[in-house]
Ligand binder design. Sequence first.
Ligand code: AMP
Ligand code: GLY
Length: 436
Amino acid sequence: MTGPKLCKEVPDVKVMVVGGGGREHAIIRKIKENPEVSEIYALPGNGGIARDAVCVPIGAKDIEGVVDFAVKNQIDYAVVAPDDPLVLGMVDALEAEGIPCFGPEKRAAIIEGSKAFSKELMRKYGIPTAAYRIFDNTAEALEYIDGAPLPTVVKADGLALGKGVIIASTREEARDAVRSIMQDKAFGKSGDKIVVEEYLEGPEVSVLSFTDGNTVVPMVSSMDHKRALDNDRGLNTGGMGTIAPNPFYTPEVAAECMEKIFLPTIRAMNAEGRTFKGCLYFGLMITKDGPKVIEYNCRFGDPETQVVLPLLKSDLLTIMRAVTDGKLADIDVRFSDEKAACVIMASKGYPLKYEKGFEITIPDDLYDKVYVAGAAQKDGKLVTSGGRVLGVTAVAGSLKSALNKAYEEVSRISFEGAFWRKDIGKRAIAVSEETV
Ligand code: AMP
Ligand code: GLY
């Protein structure tokens, strides 16, 4: 073991970004702004990212393949973006080869990798969250459900592609959720344990933050739109659109979050010997009793990143390297006062079954504005290859203008079966107008 070296100060930096969605595209575009960067590799990237980085067909979960590539190509800095490789310990494996990384080590990534862990952490350190019980035995979970208040929330302990949370409004639904996760193993080993928790009400806010384990710097807040259809109907998805900043995240709420949630979480992880370095994502609900943690993610959110990074005025690579070197307190992290909106164009059928391979038509002037999430190159053309296909982002002086711009751009892009929500930002605009 050589341990990670300090980040190189000279130009000619070769960066590697692990992952291949819209979030990774947004990260790559931003890193590209740094003049010291000579090459960016995306592992595996995608057909659209290929315009901005060299895509290498190595899967994001292939730790051995990624490490081998990084060593052979003398990568100076690695960004591990998705949850799976972080939870599996990719950062530890890269660091063992002396490659500086952005992203938490396995010991810290557990904050997303196990909901049972994160709930126990919050209980132990008094961080506000929904009341809960943890079960590793189906019979006991079912017995508890018989007397639990409704609605009740059933969560698989481990990673489940964002699908491991069931909000049950009847006991029968709650029992079905328990059986499906624990007995039928709908999410494999992620369902060996479950968390059953209190249902919370209030607007949701996503706050991504940079942290080096000592300093925590919240980024501009955002709002995701998780359901597939307008007016929050339909199935839960990875996210159908985002806006930033989130109008529910007032300066008062932000101050309360810093004092009661952000700093206590960083300190708690240190006290547990699990110092978190990277992007810590706080999924918050602003309840009538104050902000509470719904979930932690050990990474940038997707599609939150597609509205947060376009508003970042400081250099992303500089911030990331300061995080790695434990020097975040020494640098300035600034965001624009503008507003951003991102509309996801998805494949018909998403988040369930959908067809792939349809040609995507994007006018030339928009190519460098959209983030490509699920597309491949085929015979020199860009074709759909995923459920979420494009993230169309716009920035403007007001949220209304940003949304108008994003929707105008969406109307100029086409592929067969494209669908998108028509009401991204609607609730945010209504609230902003109320509070003006
Ligand atoms: P998660 O994967 O933990 O973010 O959960 C997915 C979504 O389920 C969240 O964004 C919330 O909308 C909802 N959710 C999760 N936990 C709760 C809860 N305790 N009360 C109400 N809604 C919840
Ligand atoms: N958009 C939610 C997430 O990235 O988990």
